[in-house]
Ligand binder design. Structure first.
Ligand code: GDP
Ligand code: IMO
Ligand code: MG
Length: 446
């Protein structure tokens, strides 16, 4: 019995979907706790790809409880589309246990409108958001004017809150952004339809998780985005609007920190970023293009090309600290196969300072930082069939061991391809003692 949080250690797209799908086998409940459909989590099972934006990545395991937690912002139109797509593929049987927190906030058309109007107005200094209305929805939550799922389900409450919001948002949209106003009646009718469709999934999900814990169940908390997109700990202002680090799981799912047993940080074997913002190890030349091409680094949500660079261990160390990471799942190691010399960023330096333990906060300072690299010999053997550490070439093992030293945390898992089976399991985070998950898939560790 254990409760495990999974978070991204970089700028998102580390492969969280694949790893959550694998660990979901061990869990009774899989809960998202922040973000919304800015997330795009990819699962590949028996060669078939599923991309999830809102539904937890445990959904492909029948009979698991899947929860959209109170910390999320939910676009009901997108959620219904996602359910329908799973239904069409027979992946959402009638007894599917999907629950939505009554306290989760709802993304409204004016949130999407404001998101894109602001980005347009910012021009060259835009954040490069996903345009899904995430920031404006969280603003309303903090401003105490947001519409929660329970408010949407009550026609009268919804009508009153919507009227006040439309009046205010139309003022901003038309007077400040020169945009078109939105019509109250049309939104009311559209969203009342969504309420009717989603009503049956409403629940007090905090209580539900607590009951499962008391029964001895295992809970998996699925983070979206990554630590450096965290509103407090990321590269502000080029971040998302929620707490993506492990602390967010407690508030965003409604459980206490004393219930958490392990935190797995997902780390890609190199670094990527979608949208604007400083990126110290970014490779703009041929090597960046190679990683982008071989890693198929296109956004799972917006289809944008991801910016690519060498693995930045300053980012990862910062994340290990902020999220209290107890084990790392290293993904996409196969993408580095065939590169002669692989670089790892171990520190940043400016004219007069060096940073190894944390990412400096000031944007201007961070933009001046240059990477300090260590270089390691690469490998050329195909590693996608590796099932144990002993199946890996010696240089791949050396790379992994160096990352463990730099992170100060052991690897829990190594991913060598997008498929479920393309995985080396090392330590099972659901086993509180941290025992190896199965002797035949482990390697000897001192
Ligand atoms: P997430 O947002 O963290 O869930 O990650 P995304 O799904 O946005 O992006 C990760 C991409 O890498 C997806 O296309 C996955 O199918 C793919 N992927 C995950 N793990 C591996 C791996 O070990 N090797 C390769 N080649 N692809 C992987
Ligand atoms: P997953 O869960 C990568 C980025 C956007 C933008 C910034 C703010 O798939 O890892 P937002 O729409 O959230 O206000 O955009 O955050 N971003 C992501 N980048 N993966 C994600 O999610 C992201 N979600 C948001 O590109 O730079
Ligand atoms: Mg993604």
């Amino acid at each position: 019995m254990a409760n495990v949080i999974i978070v991204g250690t970089q700028w998102g797209d580390e492969g969280k979907g694949k790893i959550v799908d694998i660990y979901a086998r061990e869990a009774d409940v899989i809960a998202r706790f922040q973000g919304g459909n800015n997330a795009g989590h990819t699962l590949v099972v028996q060669g078939k790809q599923t991309i999830l934006h809102l539904i937890p990545s445990g959904i492909l395991h029948n009979h698991k409880i899947c929860i959209l937690g109170n910390g999320m912002v939910i676009d009901p139109e997108v959620l219904i589309r996602e359910i329908d797509e799973l239904l069409e593929r027979d992946l959402f049987p009638p007894d599917t246990k999907l629950y939505i927190s009554e306290n989760a906030h709802i993304i409204m058309p004016y949130h999407r409108g404001l998101d894109s109007a602001r980005e347009t107005r910012k021009g060259a200094v835009k954040i490069g958001t996903t345009g899904r209305g995430i920031g404006p929805a969280y603003e309303d939550k903090i401003n105490r004017t947001g519409i929660r799922f329970c408010d949407l389900l009550n026609r009268e409450t919804f009508g009153e809150m919507l009227r006040r919001n439309v009046e205010e948002k139309n003022f901003h949209l038309t007077r400040f952004y020169n945009d078109k106003p939105l019509e109250y009646g049309a939104i009311f009718d559209e969203y009342s339809g969504y309420a009717d469709r989603l009503r049956k999934y409403a629940a007090n999900t905090s209580l539900m998780i607590d009951r499962e814990i008391k029964k001895g169940g295992d809970i998996l908390f699925e983070g979206a985005q990554g630590c450096h997109l965290d509103i407090d700990h990321g590269t502000y202002p080029f971040v998302t609007s929620s707490n993506t680090s492990a602390g967010g799981a407690c508030c965003g799912a409604g459980i206490g920190p004393t219930k958490i047993d392990a935190v797995v940080g997902i780390c890609k074997a190199y670094t990527t970023r979608v949208g604007s913002g400083p990126f110290v190890t970014e490779l703009t030349g041929e090597m960046g293009e190679r990683i982008q091409r071989v890693g198929c680094e296109f956004g799972a949500t917006t289809g944008r090309k991801r910016r690519c660079g060498w693995l930045d261990m300053v980012l990862v160390r910062h994340s290990v600290r902020v999220s209290g990471i107890t084990g790392i799942a290293l993904t996409k190691l196969d993408v580095l196969t065939g590169i002669d010399k692989i670089k790892i960023c171990v520190a940043y330096k400016t004219m007069d300072e060096e940073f190894g333990e944390y990412v400096p906060s000031g944007t201007k300072l961070l933009e001046q930082c240059q990477p300090v690299y260590e270089e390691m010999d690469g490998w050329s053997e195909d590693i996608s069939g590796a099932k144990t550490m002993d199946d890996l070439p010696v240089n791949a093992k050396r790379y992994i061991e160096r990352l463990e030293e730099l992170a100060g945390v052991r690897m829990s898992l190594i991913s060598v391809g997008p498929g479920r089976e393309e995985t080396i399991m090392l330590e099972n985070p659901f086993d509180r003692a941290g025992n190896l998950s199965s002797p035949e898939t482990s390697h000897k560790r001192d």
